[in-house]
Design a protein around this ligand. Sequence first.
Ligand SMILES: *Cc1c(COP(=O)(O)O)cnc(C)c1O
Length: 395
Amino acid sequence: MAKLSDATRKRLKSRTRLVTAGRKTDEQFGFINTPIYRGSTVLYPDAASLSGPSPRFTYGTKGTPTTEALENAWSEIAGAAGTVLAPTGLAAITLALMTALKAGDHLLVTDSAYYPTRHFCESVLARMGVETTYYDPLLGCGIESLIRETTTTILVEAPGSQSFEVQDVPAIAEVAHRHGLCVIMDNTWATPLFFPPHERGVDLAVEAGTKYLGGHSDLLLGLVSANSTWFRRLRQTFDAFAMCAGPEDVFLALRGLRTMELRLREAHKQGLEMARWFAARPEVKQVLHPGLPGAPGHDIWKRDFLGASGLFSIILHPCSDAAVAAMIDGLELFGMGYSWGGYESLVIPFDCAKYRTATTWNPGGPGLRFQIGLEDVEDLQADLDAGFARLQAAA
Ligand SMILES: *Cc1c(COP(=O)(O)O)cnc(C)c1O
């Protein structure tokens, strides 16, 4: 097998990239996967090399061949100048924010952001003298009216956590860059395969690798990729925190990467099929899936996204908490849990009204967030049929 030339690598399609990226088989005796390097101390050959130019690896916190393999692979897939790894998705968000912000800054955050992101802004960032204003996720270039003298950063998340509004990221990035601001995106839902973040104007893109990259609900990991403007500062901030990911989780993520496109393509297909099925149910008031016409930001999703993952929400017609519990407690194929991105189907009740401040959340019925896994949709539908029967009986 000949070594992949730079010219070939440049023109590879994303599916081929997922198979080839970050691999250095020639450096590991022909074995396919990069092994788990564990280590703190890295030995130098002599005194001269201690004071000379830095070798490739210098200390465990700064990186190992295992972390470098995933960083390189992710940069290639995300179209980034560089990537750093963090122990969790939330740690990756905080690392991106700490890269962009300083005391006295004003930060704009979408009202639809992942709740723990809000908590970080309201606790740590507030204490550090950073003021946060939340904005309507659907305001697009209208964000310009919220920019102040001290604004330096805009955080977008598309689609929104739980509520799935699709933001106009290119429009927001255009306004942001005209004002010299940094755009951070939580791109966990789409991954770079369905939304190439840097191509769309994002400076720092965050992925909770815990979700679709891992893909098997057995690891915690975060990634931050940066364009060429921001990578130096991102790496410097990463080095300052030494917030590094565990070697075993990085190894598992590299393994998940090879099948990520396959799993996401199936999530797209199964998710849309289930979303349409829900939309036809009399118990369902609304389906919040970016791929369904009429969903908030659907036209933007069609313009900017290359697919949808298997996570979306439904709003039920008004009913009691007891009726919802009767429905979901008895489901045999849908687990109840907060994370997602694995191979198994999940359900969780949610209510954005508990934390929203810039927009009102009043969908007119209880909300349920679903992740559609790799099971047969007919089995999932049969399980939900029985669940809806329990809901009707309890109502
Ligand atoms: C889960 C999630 C995160 C955080 O990932 P963890 O690894 O669980 O910390 C961040 N953003 C979004 C949108 C998520 O769904």
